[in-house]
Design a protein around this ligand. Structure first.
Ligand SMILES: NC(=O)c1ccc[n+]([C@@H]2O[C@H](COP(=O)([O-])OP(=O)(O)OC[C@H]3O[C@@H](n4cnc5c(N)ncnc54)[C@H](O)[C@@H]3O)[C@@H](O)[C@H]2O)c1
Length: 358
């Protein structure tokens, strides 16, 4: 079993990574929680695959369990869903001494995390991430949120879990689209911080080969993220590096109303675009954008910007938190594995986007 201790301002928490961990979840939870009641929040899809397994493992250890199943998809990261979850937590008489488990991808993790952070001013939380994206990214670092009709993640908090339990075998039931989506974030870690990881990813023959190594890959990604969030828990400095490709990516997601491109796909295009721009302004080694393009193609991710209205994209980007005057803060890479924060003039971005979309 791999384990990582993440040090946070509110104490530290472990991340455990092991094939088959889900089947032992009851005894693992027992080691860190001495109470009896557990509320499990999941989505209907994950419930179908793993709901019974988790419940029976917890029940076998004597826990009293209560399951809350929400709809699949980003729409569940909403106040509507949240109210339903609070209501069920009240029905079940969950209080501060009990525990909430988020069993699912980033949607369930973010929404349940926010419910746990806010219900009765905070109920201890355990994350059991089930998608690649949530195993390498969203379950670590304590960011929890719901969306508002006007944008994603607009209401949220920093709320660290008690523990994160990662079972890489769960990825066997994840479809290729979501697997590739998660690979987008894995590629990001390589691009911003780990040249060795990046070139390892370049050399895998196929998905099976990646899956054979996936526990190590998840461990590497979680270790990178843990290091970054320990040094910058509140996202005011180094943590911004994790946003490589995300500023343009978010704008694309939003432009298409979150319907056309998944998060990973949008970030993939964002990573390539910003690297190409980096080359143009002379801060990125020539050829790096092509390397990014090659790896995105290898993992069936898009790299070329879609047809967009440049003004609308700039508008969305300029609402982004990273703006200063007529410049915007972007994450760039100098070469694979070396990232930094750079201010770029809005006009320069606009000009670049105008010339480079379909
Ligand atoms: N908190 C953070 O730091 C952070 C970071 C990155 C992304 N996010 C958020 O994560 C969300 C996206 O998460 P996601 O990509 O995991 O999406 P998701 O939670 O919607 O899961 C994707 C799909 O996979 C299904 N699924 C989950 N696990 C499965 C499994 N093991 N087998 C089969 N199907 C499975 C789900 O039911 C869903 O249909 C976004 O809302 C994004 O904002 C948060």
């Amino acid at each position: 079993m791999y384990s990582i201790e993440v040090k946070g301002s509110s104490g530290s928490y472990p991340i455990y990574i092991k094939d088959g961990l889900l089947g032992e979840i009851g005894s693992e939870v027992k080691k860190i929680y001495k109470g009896r009641k557990i509320a499990i929040v999941t989505d209907s899809n994950v419930n179908k695959f793993y709901g019974k397994k988790v419940l029976s493992s917890l029940k076998a250890e004597g826990f009293e369990t209560f399951k809350i199943v929400v709809k699949v998809g980003e729409e569940s990261k909403s106040f509507g869903t949240l109210l339903g979850v609070y209501d069920k937590l009240l029905d079940f008489k969950i209080n501060r001494g009990d525990i909430i488990i988020a069993l699912g991808g980033g949607v369930v993790g973010d929404m349940t995390g926010f419910a746990a952070a806010t219900f009765l001013r905070g109920i201890p939380l355990i994350q059991i991430p089930t998608t690649l994206l949530s195993q390498v990214d969203s379950s670590v670092g304590g960011k929890v949120a719901v969306d508002l009709p006007r944008g994603k993640n607009l209401v949220g908090s920093f709320y660290n879990p008690r523990a994160v339990f990662i079972d890489p075998l769960l990825l066997r039931t994840l479809n290729d689209k979501y697997f590739n989506d998660g690979m987008g974030e894995v590629i990001k870690y390589g691009a911003i911080k780990d040249r060795e990881l990046f070139y390892k990813l370049m050399n895998y023959e196929n998905k099976e080969a990646v899956l054979k190594d996936i526990d190590k890959i998840i461990y590497t990604c979680c270790s990178i993220k843990a290091g970054i969030v320990e040094r910058d828990e509140r996202d005011t400095g180094e943590r911004m590096l994790l946003n490589f490709g995300h500023t343009i990516g978010h704008a694309i997601e939003q432009f298409f109303n979150f319907k056309e491109y998944s998060h990973g796909e949008a970030v993939a295009m964002g990573m390539h675009a910003i690297t190409k721009l980096g080359e143009e302004i002379g801060v990125t080694k020539i050829g790096t954008a092509n390397i990014i393009k090659d790896i995105l193609i290898k993992y069936n991710l898009p790299w070329n910007l879609p047809e967009i209205k440049t003004k609308a994209i700039i508008e969305t980007i300029s609402h982004d938190k990273k703006n200063i005057g007529d410049s915007m803060k972007f994450i760039l890479i100098e070469s694979i594995g070396n990232s930094f924060i750079e201010k770029i003039k809005s006009a320069k971005i606009e000009d670049y986007l105008q010339r480079n979309h379909k």
